[in-house]
Structures are given as C-alpha cells and as structure tokens.
Design a binder for this molecule. Structure first.
Ligand code: CP3
Length: 344
C-alpha cells in the first residue's frame, strides 16, 4: 500500500505530484451506502462504534479517490462529555434542550478526562491509521461556533442569545469561551496522540462578525487554541476554516493555522493577496456548482486551479457537500483536479 502524502505536502507548502482534493462532508447523505447505515444507527451511534465509524470514514476515500480522509464525527461530540447534553436532529442539526444562558450554566461545564470519556474516538483513529493509505484529518468546532449552538439551543440565523451574552455579560462570555478553548485543546491533543495527521478547526458561523467584534470577542481565544496545539505538536498541519469570512481573512490568519480554508465568495487571487505566501490555502468551489452541467462545473474548477500559482493549495468545496449531489459528479471532479496541469 503506497501512502499518498500529497495532502500533507500541500499543507506544508511543499511540491506535490498533483493538487490534493478532499471534500468537507465527504461522508454523508449523498452516499447511498451512508443512508443505508443510517437506517440502522443514528449519527452519534455510528460515532460511538469504532468499526462502523472507521468504515463510514473510509467510504468516500474509496469511492471518490480523494487525497485525505476526515474522521467521521460531529463538532458536538466532545460537548456531551463536557456536561452539555445535545441531540442531532434530522435536517436541523445539533439541538440542546437546556441551553447555556448564564454564569451558573457555564459553571456546570467541565473539561473532562477526554481519554476516558472519548476512548471510542481514540480507537477509531487508531483503526483508521492501520487501514488508510491517505492522511487522516481530525477536527473540532471553534469556540464561537460551538457556543452558538450551546447558547441558542440549536441552529440560528442571527445568534441573538449568543451575542446578547457576549455584549452584556463579559464575565460569562470569557468563561464560556475559555472552557471551550480548554476543552478543544485537550480534544485536539487526544486526536494527535491517537494518530490524526492534520486537524481542521471549523469556525463555520464566525462570518457574522464585524472585524471589530471578531478582534474583541473571538480572536484572543482562537489565538490561544492554535498556539497551544502548535506548541504541543508543531508538525501536524492545522487548518482554520470559516464561511463568509472574506472580510476577516487577515485576522483569521493572525489567529492561527498553517492552512486557511475559504468559501467561494472570494477568489483565490484576492485571498492570496490578503494572506500572503506563508500559509497554504484550501477551497473553494461553491457547493452548488456540483449541480451545474459537467462543462460548467469543470470551468468553475479550472477558474480556481488557474489562480494557483505556488505550492500550498488543497482543492475543496467552500462548504460541505449537500445531500442531493451525485457520487459520480464528485468522483469525476476529483479526477479532473488531479489531471489539471501543475503550474509550478
Ligand atoms: O465527512 C465529513 O466531513 C465528516 C463528518 C462531519 C459531520 N459534521 C457529520 C455530520 C463533520 C466534519 C461535521 C462538522 C460539523 N457539524 C460542522 C462544521 C462543518 C460545517 O458544515 O460548517 C457543523 C456546523 C456541524 C453541526 C451540524 N451537524 C450540522 C449543521 C448538521 C446538518 C444538519 C442536517 O441534517 O442537514 C449536523 C449533522 C451532521 N453531521 C450530518 C453529518 C453527516 C448530517 C447527516 C446525518 O444526520 O446523518
């Protein structure tokens, strides 16, 4: 089994044989095999069973010829162990019946012994490292994105409860962000110890912030998260991803990450101009482009690839694969990117 390390090389801005590809939400409901497994188990039941979880993680790698696997899990997985029960509801997302709204709710949260509480995560990663011939990406949710689910009680449009706490109760906000940073540092370390070869931090909903508010309420916590994980292990590439973040990219880079994940609202050229040459870039095809005719989809992918002028690029979507996408569309796209002539 030859190990394909193009993804890790791209994260480190080294020369690659082909541009590496993976897709956010590459394991999911667009796959008939996944839907079949979901008839027998809930999402969290899959996550708790290492053999099945490893199988679901491997399925897209085998089916789409992508250059990396991402651990099948959810950003909420460690949150239950931190004392906040949640449920993932069909077509809605994570829901919390007793949302975190004040200092005493936060005081009840804990940084547990993750190694004990999340032993199934360790086991799944160890299994996958024996099975995979591509790198395994671990991940966590960023403190703000996690806080948004925990304070709102579920998905939200405007994050009114979360931002009310943030603006009105500085002590509670600091406490909540800090307990989440501490928890995610430990959770990422656990994934490193188990064998994860890269880590992605999903700050999916941070694009709702102005620059001023990002600096005041998010940046210091993200800096602490990235600095701490880097000092624990400086060889594991860290990917920092958010949606709708074109106006925040320099601050996101300042927060940390070897690779910055982009959505489709900014061009690779503009992002490169903001970010400079000392980070890698991951992205950024509009996930709805997967519904365009093949020639249009390939044109859109080419437009991205033609802007890649140096090493340090990972092809991905700008956000997750949606459930109605055809498996063949994604597989053909992987091959299209792999066959694209490298400019460097
Ligand atoms: O293949 C992969 O990318 C790994 C699996 C993965 C899942 N969730 C599985 C999942 C990853 C990386 C996540 C991260 C995650 N979860 C994020 C960050 C990425 C992003 O999309 O911005 C967020 C915000 C969540 C919270 C969450 N969980 C949402 C918004 C949803 C979708 C709700 C829905 O039903 O459409 C979930 C549920 C979820 N997590 C599914 C999957 C495959 C949906 C399918 C199912 O219930 O089986």
């Amino acid at each position: 089994m030859v190990f394909n390390d193009n993804f890790l090389k791209a994260c480190r801005r080294e020369k690659v044989e082909h541009i590496p590809v993976w897709y956010m939400r590459q394991a999911g409901r667009y796959q008939p095999e996944y839907k079949k497994i979901r008839e027998s188990y809930t999402l969290m039941e899959i996550v708790h069973q290492p053999e099945i979880c490893a199988e679901v993680t491997r399925m897209p790698v085998e089916e789409l010829d992508v250059d990396a696997a991402i651990l099948f899990s959810d950003i909420m997985t460690p949150i239950g162990a931190m004392g906040v029960p949640f449920e993932i509801r069909e077509n809605i997302g994570p829901c919390i019946d007793n949302p975190i709204r004040n200092a005493s709710d936060i005081a009840r949260m804990k940084t547990p012994d993750f190694k004990k509480e999340l032993s199934y995560v360790t086991e799944t990663i160890q299994l996958l490292r024996q099975q995979l011939s591509v790198p395994l990406i671990g991940f966590c949710g960023a403190p703000y994105t996690l806080a948004s689910y925990m304070v709102e009680g579920g998905p939200s449009k405007n994050y009114i409860h979360t931002k009310s706490m943030m603006y009105n109760n500085a002590i509670a906000w600091e406490a909540l962000m800090n307990v989440l940073v501490d928890g995610m540092i430990e959770y990422l370390k656990l994934q490193i110890d188990a064998g994860a070869q890269a880590l992605q931090v999903f700050d999916s909903w941070v694009g709702s912030f102005s620059r001023e508010d990002y600096k005041a309420y998010v940046l210091p916590y993200m800096k602490r998260l990235f600095t701490s994980v880097k000092s624990y292990n400086n060889r594991i590439p860290l990917i920092h991803f958010g949606v709708n973040t074109a106006h925040l990219l320099d601050l996101i880079k300042e927060a940390g990450g070897d690779v910055i994940g982009l959505d489709w609202r900014i061009s690779i050229t503009d992002a490169r101009n903001i970010l400079g040459n000392d980070v890698a870039i991951q992205g950024n095809l509009d996930p709805t482009a997967l519904y365009a005719p093949k020639n249009q989809l390939e044109e859109k992918a080419s437009l991205i690839l033609e802007q890649v002028k140096q090493s340090g690029f990972v092809f991905n979507l700008g956000h997750g694969v949606t459930p109605q996408v055809q498996v063949k569309t994604l597989k053909d796209l992987t091959h299209f990117v792999h066959d694209f002539e490298l400019k460097n």
